[in-house]
Design a protein around this ligand. Sequence first.
Ligand SMILES: [Zn+2]
Length: 451
Amino acid sequence: MPNFKKLAKGYEKEAILALQKYIRIPSVYDEHTIKEGQPFGENVKKALDYFAKLGEDYGFEVRKVDGYAVELEFGDKNAPLIGIYGHSDVVPVSGEWKYPPFSATLKDGEIFGRGACDDKGPLTAALYAVKLLKDNGLIKGYRVKIVSGGDEERGSSCLRYYFEKGNGETPRFGFTPDANWPLIYAEKGITHGTLAKKIDLKPIIAMDGGTVSNAVCDSLLVTLLPDEKFVKYLQEKKIPCDINSTKELLMLRFKGKTAHGSTPELGVSAIKLAFETIGAYYKNAFLSKLSTIFDNNGKSFGGYSHSTELGDSTFNFGVLHYMMNELSLSVDFRYGENASPEESTAKLAAYTEMEFHLDSVAPYLLYDKKSPLVSTLMKAYKKETMKFFDKPLAIGGGTYAKEAPNTVAFGAEWKGHPGNMHSPDEYIFVKDFINDIAIYARAVYMLGNLK
Ligand SMILES: [Zn+2]
């Protein structure tokens, strides 16, 4: 077996420079610069073109897929295919940064910048892993395609386009370097929808809370008719809310604690608090009942299910709007292989006496831990890292792997090095980055040589 660590080290300088240039393209989706051939805007196009140029320079066969994706291919024609799927788009920048977010500053062994760990770093590592194999004559009897999409962060329309309309080829084995080490073999199914109802909730005039359906709502603004006694009640009961009282209106901001929608039990819903409080005080049976669906797993209305691999179902209701007697509440429902999403959402609708509108369904994903794909990747990871006790993971979130057949998420966030993805000061350790190259090289080599 080749010494992948030593070989990877030889690409350190070149790979760092390539990654820095990649990060310096601020490839955030931009609707103002959408046109034919650049469906996600100018900078995403630039990042995809940059990735394609790297492929050309390194002697890969390059195919651009209508601005949705780019494919770099190398290997024996008609031999079995290994697919690697990452993305060139990044989420927008917010908050305070130590270094400018698109500077790709290298400081004390870390590269800072938006995209450093999600997903330009890991994808660049995968590219250099394949280049390493190619340069050393180690791609024999198999083919590799490295695919970069341009729209992962907004729901992966890029990879769907690639497989449905862009002549994307089903790989024998695939992985996506866009999650955590070591490997994710199981992902919950995710159903998104909205509960809606026409109802008069007097004395409530309006409610507005939450921004995304996949997070626990930590702040809900409720506007009511003025009510001095209710204000006293809130103060006496020490309900966590800001009170703003005028002659015409009473404005309350209920406060909770946010958490990811896949783990609602880690948060405190401001919506639940408001429903409980207002429902109890004004004896509004509808709101009181609605507050009971916030039990995080659907037991209250019979929507609960449990899977050995994927655990308990979860329900998060993250976004609430109420105005002119129109009430709507977002639904983020996650479940294992034995759940019936149709049945559970029907029970939710019946219990709440609201209408359920389906927005999207992402099916669950579940691979056998003993399958050649999972066991080979785990072997490659363990050999390179010596972390022999690490186990493949089951998660409540969804990764890029859901969009590609025969594919699991494999790396590249390291335990203890969270990388700050989607947050300020996103970074990747150079050491991790080079280790990623070695692991990916070994993984592709082992998959390619499977009988
Ligand atoms: Zn990503």
